[in-house]
Design a protein around this ligand. Structure first.
Ligand SMILES: *[C@@H]1O[C@H](CO)[C@@H](O)[C@H](O)[C@H]1NC(C)=O
Ligand SMILES: *[C@@H]1O[C@H](CO)[C@@H](O)[C@H](O)[C@H]1NC(C)=O
Ligand SMILES: *[C@@H]1O[C@H](CO)[C@@H](O)[C@H](O)[C@H]1NC(C)=O
Ligand SMILES: *[C@@H]1O[C@H](CO)[C@@H](O)[C@H](O)[C@H]1NC(C)=O
Ligand SMILES: *[C@@H]1O[C@H](CO)[C@@H](O)[C@H](O)[C@H]1NC(C)=O
Ligand SMILES: *[C@@H]1O[C@H](CO)[C@@H](O)[C@H](O)[C@H]1NC(C)=O
Length: 444
């Protein structure tokens, strides 16, 4: 194969739709139809398509697995006192990034070392507890937070609380179900940094029971290459990962971080988790070994190594993801690559529909060459990320002034970190702000 000049067609089709609960992917005939099946909502309001161009890629290109993690990424083992080596990654203590909270160690050795320590926040008067990471302003970052309760406070149920990025409430942290089934929980978001610091904060909410403390086990912040998730405008929104699957791969879909079937670093440059997804549909593994660096989202090579497929003339229906989605706007990226040994004599062409609406016609996933034998449709991998409004912030000069003020104080209030005014219910204690854009500090 050394002189091979086979060119394979790769394509990834991101789109944003008003998704409905319980979507499924539906693949048909010698076209592929992906239907996000509606259950509770009877129609789709809108479909926004953002197609990536078909990318031609040389099979001989080197693979991605040797790529190092970028400098300037942060891998944090919260509550620990020393560096921790986990595979090829080094997690550092969190002291340099936060000035509040307490450290504790779970008295167990049967869990991942990174989960054995955590930081918790007992001060019920503080309105938020913030980590702050130096970043490149307007740089794109993947933020992953990991939680494992472990009964650190002597209780049986993990506390429920909020997490915040910069001035925007990201989501509720509810690890109850995962903890009950013996697992940790993670949340992942893609954001564009508003300032030279990116803050990741926890805060109590109305569900946080009195006497319990928000806590966190680990944080990862990765700087993303420009092309990754770039088909969505991120100036005013963030992406929250909902599902990321490798179709046709072995294993259970579980949200534990130590599943041998999951793909993450070093296969994935940004340590994204790709969960195996298998159902009753026929599946195949790849014979070609193509490099996916031309996919804008840079999926790991292993994510393309299997596929759900069927023979010519058949439809496939996949329920994906296997849990209900809330109403909202979603970004979906689908990855296709012909799994057969490269040969110039066959191709796959199919249409893709979402909830019965055609959104892509004549997807041609093929080796180059003569079109002789049309074969059945296939799909290798996919991602669903929810699009959330993002980016309200206090005007920069007020933030700078408040930071200066804080630096001059010997004992600043615990919640004087992150955005001074936002989210509104998590503004700095004692600071009053204007109630609409532009958000300014009015008085102290
Ligand atoms: C489906 O396959 C048949 C041949 O089996 C071909 O004539 C037809 O054009 C194909 N349809 C599409 C949409 O590619
Ligand atoms: C830690 O575990 C050991 C053995 O199970 C037990 O003897 C000890 O009391 C535990 N310590 C704490 C602080 O829970
Ligand atoms: C947290 O999750 C549990 C288990 O899924 C659920 O019963 C509970 O209502 C949730 N709490 C909140 C505040 O959402
Ligand atoms: C996304 O990145 C790719 C590769 O760098 C580039 O060709 C494309 O124009 C970018 N798309 C957008 C919408 O910025
Ligand atoms: C595949 O799905 C299409 C569209 O729903 C339908 O028209 C066709 O009859 C199906 N084909 C088979 C073989 O089930
Ligand atoms: C699919 O692509 C191959 C290779 O470029 C081409 O020969 C074939 O005609 C295409 N098929 C369709 C239906 O567009």
């Amino acid at each position: 194969m050394s002189n091979s000049i086979f060119l394979l067609w790769l394509l990834s089709i991101p789109l944003a739709i008003h998704a409905n609960p319980s979507p499924s992917v539906h693949i048909k005939h010698n076209w592929t139809e992906i239907v996000l099946k509606k259950s509770r909502v009877p129609y789709i309001d809108d479909i926004i398509l953002n197609f990536q161009k078909h990318s031609r890629i040389n099979k001989e290109q080197t693979d991605l697995t040797s790529t190092d993690i970028h400098l300037g990424n942060y891998l944090i083992n919260c509550g620990s006192n020393e560096d921790l080596q986990e595979g090829l990654l080094t997690y550092v203590p969190d002291d340099n990034f936060i000035s509040t909270g307490k450290k504790t160690t779970l008295n167990r050795t049967d869990i991942l070392p990174r989960l054995q320590t955590l930081r918790y926040f007992p001060n019920a008067n503080a309105r938020k507890y913030c980590y702050s990471f130096p970043v490149i302003k307007e740089g794109k970052y993947l933020v992953k937070t990991i939680y494992y309760y472990g009964g650190f406070d002597g209780g049986n149920e993990p506390p429920v609380f909020d997490q915040i990025i910069d001035g925007t409430k990201w989501s509720i942290v509810n690890t109850t179900e995962d903890y009950a089934s013996g697992g940790s929980s993670y949340y992942e978001a893609i954001v564009v940094a508003q300032n030279k610091f990116l803050s990741v904060c926890l805060a109590r909410n109305q569900h946080t029971s009195a006497g319990s403390s928000p806590f966190i086990s680990s944080i990862e912040v990765y700087h993303l290459d420009g092309s990754v998730y770039n088909s969505t405008k991120l100036e005013n929104s963030m992406l929250m990962t909902v599902a990321r699957n490798v179709f046709g791969s072995e294993g259970d879909i579980i949200r534990h971080i130590s599943n041998e079937h999951e793909i993450s670093f070093p296969d994935d440059n940004f340590n994204r988790f790709w969960h195996p997804f298998k159902d009753d549909n026929p599946f195949v593994s790849s014979h070609s070994n193509v490099t996916p660096s031309r996919f804008w989202n840079i999926p790991p090579q292993k994510a393309l190594a299997s596929a759900i497929t069927t023979s010519r003339g058949k439809n496939i229906t996949i329920q994906w993801p296997q849990f209900p989605l809330s109403n909202g706007l979603y970004y979906i990226a689908l990855y296709f690559q012909d799994t057969r040994t490269p040969s110039p004599y066959s191709w796959r062409v199919f249409d893709i529909n979402v909830n019965g609406q055609k959104f892509y016609e004549n997807v041609n996933v093929t080796d180059s060459g003569q079109s002789v034998v049309p074969v059945g449709p296939l799909i290798n991998a996919g991602e669903i990320l929810q699009i959330l409004p993002f980016g309200e912030k206090t005007v920069t000069r007020d933030v700078v002034a408040m930071e200066e003020l804080r630096k001059g104080l010997t004992n600043p209030p615990e919640d004087w970190a992150g955005d001074p005014c936002l989210p509104r219910e998590n503004s700095w204690t004692g600071v009053s702000c204007s109630r609409e854009d532009p958000f300014r500090v009015l008085s102290l």
